[in-house]
Design a protein around this ligand. Sequence first.
Ligand code: ATP
Length: 660
Amino acid sequence: MTDKKFDRAVLDQLLTKRFFFAPSFNIYGGVAGLYDYGPPGCALQANVLQLWRQHFVLEEDMLELDCSIMTPAEVLKTSGHVDKFTDWMCKDLKTGEIFRADHLVEGVLEARLEGDAEARRAEQGTAAAATAAPVAAKDAKDAKKKKAKKGKVTAVKLDDAVKEEYTSVLAQIDNYDGAGLTELIQRFNIKSPETGNDLSEPVEFNLMFESSIGPTGHLKGYLRPETAQGQFLNFKKLLEFNNERMPFASAQIGRSFRNEISPRAGLLRVREFTMAEIEHYVDPENKDHPRFAEVKDQKLRLLPSNVQLDGKTELLEISIGDAVEQKIVDNQTLGYFLVRVYLFLTRIGINPERLRFRQHLSNEMAHYACDCWDAEIHTSYGWIECVGCADRSAYDLTVHAARTKEKLVVREPLPEPRVSQQWQLEINKKVFGPTLKKAAKAVEEALTSLTECELETLSKRMADNGGKADIVATDGATYEVTDNMVTIQLATVTEHVREYTPNVIEPSFGIGRILYALMEHSYWTREGDEQRGVLSFPTVVAPTKCLVQPLSNHKSFTPFLGDIASRLRRLGISNTIDNSSVSVGRTYARNDELGTPFGITVDFQTVQDGTITLRERDSTKQIREKIEIIVEVLKDLVNERTTWADVMDKYPVFTQQELE
Ligand SMILES: Nc1ncnc2c1ncn2[C@@H]1O[C@H](COP(=O)(O)OP(=O)(O)OP(=O)(O)O)[C@@H](O)[C@H]1O
């Protein structure tokens, strides 16, 4: 393989030409952030998802679900998405152009740092420039091309202190709220990149697509922004299905929708995408994982939050066993999943050197999470979050249980009865109902949802206030309760069953981002008469496993093609017959671009002795054997029972020229 510099424009061209994906509604002008996958894109996605199912759902015996996408507003109000699932946006005050505020600040500061680098290079005298100039000039040109969309790269030298400040802000750019972003825009005098106009103050924008369910328009709904909520709402049924055993996980693959402020970077930030999410339910008092020993020695490259706070990006290479022991990663279950995510991503072909796990800073975390690590993959767009691994604590189950009054808890028999003192509430119905009349239900709901700690406080308030206290009921109004209506006291309780709300550890995969990163990592160019692109997907995810082609359109080849294709189909090996009348070299090149790992050619020798050639994509080396043998070899290659290196050891190997 050649080690040429990656050129994104060339890869993009290839992906479009071979129809991996394309803008949706293109002939109507397209809509930003919406894409259709073509045949190779679909097959690649299907293979990645199949592997995901095997690697997670089957391997861990997860309970798979397929929940509704359209979600009543009440559900997402309770989960916090209606109020908090927002990004900050600002506007060019003259043109009205809209920007996502954190991305804008990031782009402008990066452009200034690049301008600084350019100015310093220019300043470094002519002697050094004489030798280094061609490379430096090319780098600068590339950088300019890259930044042209975000803002101008102007060669202006920065103060060392300013540079340091920019670097530190960039390291924690996800960490700023509206006020923080406003302050940055003012402090760094950030303007609209293309026009130089002033910007509005950032305002919050909710990312959910709103809709209404049914013809009356009264039932408000949203397209789900994640697949998780459907899983939480089915928790009780899942637990029952799992014979009340803990821990266990549910999983779901499906579409999610986010009305991104400014979709960009192709598949990386879109408005409709496939997610694959796991919700692993675990005892909050014991987050050990039964299979942790299997993964504890696996080394991962971590970027913990304290390192980022120092404005640094050095990775810590450490075994997950040590990381959990040293409390860098909070618990075994989270650690276990980080490793499983790593193994999955590297298995489908993500380069482990370009994969890291970055811990969220505390106020960067989603509203529900208490610890979060992102699997970030390096692409030509920088480090991209592709899998979020969050410890969502008991947040979701607790809020849905409180709202619906459905008990979303685990009940576990205790080995020994547990005796404890607990604050308890008793309602004297004879006085309570007649006194509060219509409000009785709302007050009772409020009282029964109080925690032990809140009951203790209420009891003290009543004692200090002559036996009465005000309480806000679930109807929002305030009512007085008195000590002849309720009794609150410390009582000795003997429990035989422990009841708890499980915590949830959630690995959440954005499939489109992973696919794009995989395409970049698999891409290289082969030197030859002309440079040719190759997508070296691992066989297991390659869209098509084998090309079947004739040497020419001589009619004696036709029966062989159909026969070989049907033998392969029977073995479940996806293949395409290419009998377009172009040269064998051209079809190989086309299939290299499609990432097809193997190619069979039928030629005149086939007609004579029943042998065919089998070519491997990356080495371009070939073997020639009887059809039966080649089909068996291919079966073993596709099922990963052998490797191409082993095949080359076993059979005589030819180059294309030697075969011609
Ligand atoms: N707009 C999007 N386009 C494509 N994939 C996305 C998008 N938003 C999220 N994802 C994917 O879904 C996964 C889980 O979503 P999560 O809510 O953790 O993302 P996020 O933190 O909101 O992402 P970001 O910070 O990049 O907006 C992400 O790791 C990513 O792979």
